[in-house]
Design a protein around this ligand. Structure first.
Ligand code: ADP
Length: 182
């Protein structure tokens, strides 16, 4: 029988760094290898589960808390949950790690801000500039580089396929202890 994979793989990084691309790519590869998985990102959360929330600091925290709880349910039921959220603050990431315990693994999707801004796949930086938003991560608000991510991929020097393979290999190599394991 193939090994059943589980766990919460939380991709953090600037907008445009590649989180969505890599979660979707990793999910495709895992499914092709027989491992069901769920993908969560900001758009998915805000379309439904968090449609009552805005963008105040409290609402952003609550959105991530909900995402973490959904991810926990998925992982506890024996599937991989891939989460793509900017998650710019170390304190928020620490809180997730504390709440989700050994199920939580952090993947830093690293890319220089200039590359993210020139990619701008969703037009987020252009929109923020147009609207004079001073609170957008990378423009007016900081992205705090993760202190100790479990793994890091560099998307301006490695191609998409290489980054996806690194993430999927990491998922195999970092399976949380199962109940009954010593
Ligand atoms: P995010 O979800 O972090 O905002 P996206 O995945 O939406 O970022 O966009 C990343 C963009 O960068 C895409 O247009 C993607 O094709 C491109 N890209 C180039 N190289 C890579 C790489 N190695 N990994 C991921 N994305 C990459």
């Amino acid at each position: 029988m193939t090994q059943q994979l589980t766990g919460i793989y939380w991709l953090t990084g600037l907008s445009g760094a590649g989180k969505t691309t890599l979660t979707l790519g990793a999910a495709d590869l895992l499914r092709a290898q027989g491992h069901p998985c769920l993908v969560l990102d900001g758009d998915i959360m805000r379309a439904g589960l968090s449609s009552d929330l805005g963008f105040s600091p409290e609402d952003r925290r609550e959105n991530l808390r909900r995402a973490g709880e959904v991810a926990r349910l998925v992982a506890q039921q024996g599937q991989v949950c891939l989460c793509a959220f900017i998650t710019p603050y170390q304190a928020t990431r620490n809180a997730l790690r504390q709440r989700l315990g050994p199920l939580y693994r952090e993947i830093f999707v690293s890319c220089p801000l200039e590359s993210c801004v020139s990619r701008d796949p969703k037009g987020n930086y252009a929109r923020a500039r147009r609207e004079g938003r001073t609170d957008y991560t990378g423009i007016g608000a900081p992205y705090e580089t993760p202190d100790a991510p479990d793994v890091r991929v560099e998307t301006n020097t490695s191609g998409i396929d290489d980054c996806v393979r690194t993430i999927v290999q990491f998922i195999y190599d970092s399976q949380p202890p199962r109940q009954g394991d010593r």
